[in-house]
Design a protein around this ligand. Structure first.
Ligand SMILES: C[S@@+](CC[C@H](N)C(=O)[O-])C[C@H]1O[C@@H](n2cnc3c(N)ncnc32)[C@H](O)[C@@H]1O
Length: 323
């Protein structure tokens, strides 16, 4: 139990009390946005949040939830496709030329991280067109188990062909179904490992991965779920820049603004309600340069008031990271 100036927050164990306390915690944290939170209270909030992800995040039900957000995922996939086939392809082809490398071999050197990937590799479907070494990282073991089922072609693995078809259309594959399966195969071949990460820990990637640096780090709807207050969110973006981006590398965040949480089955997970200002300030503070920032405004007839907009921001490490 934690006592604050005028409230008592109990980290209860019954689902009902967890739900009630989750709402209380969310209100408390929202009222703290921008102002430092009492360190003891903040510590307990994050211990509880991580426990909930470990014990209550249902990887199988989450995959079903993904089907409800098709237009959001379509938007994320379009932005990722445009980035990789536009800005990124041109830049890498120019680099390959500079070093007199054939494009195909040059692309073999590139490495991508899908940070907080959840139980699917959907955010890597486009990147796998260019990047053949992809690390998938998530906080929960349950998600990594689902991913490994998928990598090993197991019969009960989640089928992401409904999302791969979107990418097949963007890549002008003649037959969407076959094209989708080809893209899934390409992505499975590119995934070199799955590992644990924690964006709230001092080092985001575990153990031997600590010194790993990437050409692209992509993260989809993870940071607003893992960081419930602005200073923690800013710190996570700074650590991504500092620990994981090679000079010249890109950070792509796909996210939602104005969302307070999401529900899987009977369980609601709190989120930090991001805004454009919060996102761009975190990017600036991390010493990254914004390359593009795209939005899909929520049409309330589709998603009610669950979020304000979906966004994809692409930022590049061009300057030394501030210490
Ligand atoms: C809303 S899901 C997004 C999953 C996936 N990226 C997607 O777009 O569908 C949030 C993800 O953040 C992960 N997560 C929660 N806390 C985390 C933490 N401290 N560090 C890294 N990932 C975390 C969860 O395990 C979950 O997979």
């Amino acid at each position: 139990m934690v006592r604050t100036a005028n409230k008592t927050v109990r980290f209860g164990s019954s689902p009902q009390s967890l739900e009630r306390n989750s709402l209380k915690r969310q209100k408390q944290l929202r009222s703290h946005i921008g102002i430092p939170i009492d360190p003891v209270e903040k510590f307990k909030v994050y211990v509880e949040l991580r426990r909930r992800y470990r014990e209550e995040f249902n990887a199988v039900l989450y995959q079903q939830l993904m089907r409800e957000f098709t237009s959001v995922h379509r938007f994320f996939l379009e932005c990722l496709h445009d980035f990789f086939n536009g800005h990124y392809a041109k830049l890498q082809q120019a680099e390959a030329k500079k070093y007199r490398y054939p494009d195909v071999e040059y692309f073999d050197h590139l490495k991508m991280l899908d940070l907080g990937c959840g139980p699917t590799a959907y955010a890597s479907l486009s990147g796998s067109q260019f990047i053949r070494n992809i690390v998938m990282a998530d906080f929960t073991h349950a998600n990594l188990i689902e991913l490994n089922k998928w990598r090993n072609d197991m019969a009960d693995a989640f089928d992401i062909s409904f999302l791969a078809k979107v990418v097949a259309a963007l890549e002008n594959k003649g037959n969407m179904l076959d094209g989708g399966y080809e893209i899934i195969r390409r992505t499975k071949d590119a995934v070199s490992k799955t590992c644990r990460c924690d964006v709230t820990a001092p080092f985001i990637l575990q153990e031997s991965q600590n010194d790993a640096r990437f050409d692209v780090v992509v993260s989809s709807t993870c940071l607003e779920a893992a960081c419930l207050d602005v200073p923690t969110y800013e710190n996570a973006v700074w650590k991504i820049a500092q620990q994981m981006l090679k000079p010249g590398a890109f950070f792509i965040q796909c996210g939602l603004t104005g969302t307070t949480g999401y529900t899987i089955g009977q369980t609601t997970f709190d989120c930090l309600p991001l805004s454009d200002d919060i996102v761009t300030k975190a990017i600036d503070n991390a010493g990254l340069k914004t390359i593009s920032f795209h939005h899909l405004r929520n049409q309330s007839h589709l998603y009610g008031d669950r979020f304000e907009s979906a966004f994809v921001i692409v930022a590049q490490r061009v300057l030394p990271i501030p210490t």
